[in-house]
Write a protein that binds this ligand. Sequence first.
Ligand code: DGT
Length: 230
Amino acid sequence: RLILNMANNLICAESRKSRPFTVIVEGNIGCGKTTFLNYFQKYNNICVLSEPIELWRDCRGHNLLGHMYEDPKKWSFTFQSYVQLTMLQHHTLPTNCPVKLMERSIYSARYCFVEKMKRDGLLSKPSAAVIDQWFQWLLQNTPINVDLIVYLRSSPEVVYERMMKRNRSEEKSVPIEYLEQLNELHEQWLYHKTLYHCPAPVVTIDANLDISSIEEEYEKCEPHILNKLA
Ligand code: DGT
């Protein structure tokens, strides 16, 4: 029995060691997630995973992101199915780094984007049910672990301006109301914690600050992330 216990402890220690401390970076479109991730690229023992937007623009030659914005009623289900798959691939990607830093997650896809599509009637009830069944199954049967959420909190006016400035072709006709509603869902989920469940503790950062002063804000959450490298 003693030997069995010792073996068990060893296995637990080993699996704790091999699982990275996982941080997800969340916030509205244009709030600066990419800039945040770039700041942490300098640490070579952090595995930084940017959002797989290039895959969404080219799924075997199909621009699913573009289709979704052009005809959301027709393409929302297809797009969200693919987003869910690519997010799962990031969540489960093995790494030897002690820290994994991910842009967005399977959670924001479900709690913010799918939620909005459901409310807007862009996803039919049966389609939403299929995505949700998949989502629930994945949570229960795959190693999706999140240890910390960094919430880049912004106002819709600021991110609307940034989105217009960067001029991504698919986002050309996204109205400010869309960003206002997405902001509200992020706020309810990560700030007021009244929407669904929050899978990890949240560190909130003022993402309205411009590029010259934002690094000070980043430093606020650096210890939370870097302690895990010790
Ligand atoms: P950043 O660096 O904060 O400016 O981040 P963005 O705006 O490059 O990244 P993100 O994830 O906020 O948005 C990328 C585009 O993909 C944007 O047009 C919204 C869209 N998007 C991201 N995730 C989902 C999703 O799960 N569903 C839907 N419908 N759109 C999504």
